[in-house]
Design a protein around this ligand. Sequence first.
Ligand SMILES: [Zn+2]
Length: 240
Amino acid sequence: MTLYKITPLHLGTIRRRKSNMILDSPPCDAQGDFPLLAYYLEGTHRILVDTGGNPPEDPYGQKAQPYTRTPEQELPRALRAAGVAPEDIEIVILTHLHWDHAANNHLLPNARFYCQRAEYEFIQNPTPEASMGYEFERVRKTRYELVDGDARLFDSVSVLLTPGHTKGGQCVVVDTAEGKTVLTGDLITLRESYRMNPPMPNGLCIDREAMLDSLKKVKAVSDRILPGHDPGVLPPGGGL
Ligand SMILES: [Zn+2]
C-alpha cells in the first residue's frame, strides 16, 4: 500500500451565498469567499484531482460564475509551487465536469483523464434543467478514460460514484498517513456541513435523494474528508 501525500491547490476565489453551500441550511443572504480547489496527490503516481476554472476574463468565463484569480493561482504556477511540473502529471481524476473543476485539462499534456461514464454521457446530451455550471464546449475537448461506478483505479487510489450534485459525480478515496481520505468534489463543499448531525451535502443539487445516498457512501469509508470549496484546507489556519 502506498501512502499518498496530498497538497491542496488554491486556484481562485468565488463569492457565493453560504446558504447555497449546505443542503437545508436556512435561507441567508450572507456571502462568503470560497476557494476554487484542486488537489495534488503524490505517491506511486503523480495525480491531480480536478483542474480548476477557465481564465476569469475569457469568453467562457462570462457564462460561468464570476471569480477572481491571481497569477500565482493559475494552475501551472500552483503546481510548480507544490513541487511538480504540469507535464509531469500522469493522471487527472475529475470529480465532475463543472466549469470550476475541469477547465484546465489542456494544460496537462501527458495526463490521462478519468471521469465517470454517467458524467461523460450527460455532457453529450445535456438536459436544460441540469446544465447550469457546465461549459460544454470546453469539457468535450478532452479524451476521457470512462469509469463505470465504484472502482479501484490504482494501488491506494479508488473512486466512488456519488451522483446528486451532478449526474455522474465521483469522490476519490486515497490511502494517506491520516487514513482513508476522501476528496469529495462538490458533493460536500464545506467541512462544517460534514460535521453537522446528520452530515449535510452541498445545497446545489440536481437529485437530492441521490445526494443523500452518496453522502452515506462517503461516510462509510472516510477517516478524513477534503471538500470541494472549503477555505479551511488551505494554510494559514492549519491547512489539511
Ligand atoms: Zn465547484
